[in-house]
Design a protein around this ligand. Structure first.
Ligand code: UDP
Ligand code: MG
Length: 312
């Protein structure tokens, strides 16, 4: 097997058939390939559509059916586990990422043995300016806080050699932040710009709130700088308190007891209380992750695997 395409699917009933057709048209007989579809607990007829695809193309379609919706990260992880190709591509089912580009990625790896991965990044985005700006700021922040390098706009749409896939699978964390995992394992990655097409059908599952949570998860998973904030803020406030203490003491010795200052005291109590709560919350986020990871729960639960049939 030369090439595997891993395709996470959540409510993609109107897209999977077209996706498969485009793959077949693009690849033709140029190489042997398999498409690993992961049905991530879809609430529509995606699973039935996928089974029909397996019946139509039993040699090159593999299916995984999750017991519920576990999220795209879990779906990618499951797909990568089942992929048997020397090259493995992660690609969305909604045709926002074109299979032809994935084929170019495979050809690039074939021609350049020094590279282990070709990843697409979005140079220009067809999306809300505010969200684009937030994404830019996220990359600035995480790159400043983390020793590994995050390529701005890099997506999960990428093709890897088997060795890199094995490295990605060897990272067994429960909270999977693939952008970080791909960057963390290293390997020689070639980045190609691309502009995402419109979704063929259906809606993106990413709301602004979900994006914020994803960004927050990424920062907590790959950096510990939020924990340092407590140390820095605590130090600055202690120095401030010490200096102010000296001022108050001198005032008291020179001018006697000065009662006014109620507003300052209330504001300081509120400020310090708020800051302490934020810091506790941040520490809590890390502890929560240790707690969940400590339970060693599987990243996903699959209720069905349907393998491709080999030609007799
Ligand atoms: N997806 C998934 N599980 C989810 C959400 C999304 O497997 O819980 C899949 C979805 O079917 C698609 C890919 O992940 O193939 C990207 O999702 P989407 O198009 O919603 O994200 P966007 O393209 O807006 O980043
Ligand atoms: Mg999409």
């Amino acid at each position: 097997m030369k090439w595997s395409l891993v395709v996470p699917c959540y409510n993609e009933e109107n897209n999977v058939r077209r996706f498969m057709e485009i793959c077949r048209e693009a690849i033709g007989d140029s190489m042997s390939y398999e498409v690993v579809f992961v049905n991530d607990g879809s609430r529509d007829n995606t699973w039935q559509k996928l089974k029909a695809l397996h019946e139509a193309y039993p040699q090159c379609v593999k299916l995984i059916n999750f017991a519920r919706n576990f999220g795209k990260e879990a779906a990618m992880y499951a797909g990568l586990q089942r992929a048997e190709g020397d090259y493995v591509t992660v690609i969305d089912a909604d045709l926002q990422q074109r299979p032809e580009i994935a084929l170019d990625m495979v050809r690039f790896l074939d021609a350049n043995p020094d590279y282990d991965c070709v990843a697409a990044y979005q140079d220009t985005r067809r999306e809300n300016k505010f969200i684009s700006l937030c994404k830019k700021m996220f990359y600035k922040l995480i790159n400043a806080a983390c020793e590994i390098d995050f390529k701005a706009g890099a997506s999960d749409f990428r093709t890897m050699r088997k060795t890199m896939v094995e490295a990605v699978l060897s990272m067994r964390e429960y909270h999977r932040f693939s952008k970080g995992i791909f960057a963390w394992v290293g390997f020689n990655t070639h980045y190609v710009p691309y502009v995402a097409d419109e979704r063929l059908s259906g809606k993106s599952t990413w709301s602004f709130k979900k994006l914020c949570k994803y960004a927050f998860d990424g920062i907590i998973s790959f950096t510990i700088f939020p924990l340092h904030i407590a140390t820095v803020v605590g130090t600055v406030m202690s120095i401030g308190a010490l200096l102010y203490g000296i001022v108050v003491l001198v005032q008291k010795l020179a001018f006697g007891i000065d009662v006014p200052g109620y507003t300052t005291i209330v504001l300081l109590i509120l400020l310090i209380g708020g800051l302490q709560m934020i810091m506790l919350g941040i520490i809590g986020e890390y502890i929560a992750r240790i707690y969940i990871q400590g339970k060693h729960r599987p990243v996903f639960v699959a209720k069905e695997y349907i393998d491709s049939k080999t030609e007799e």
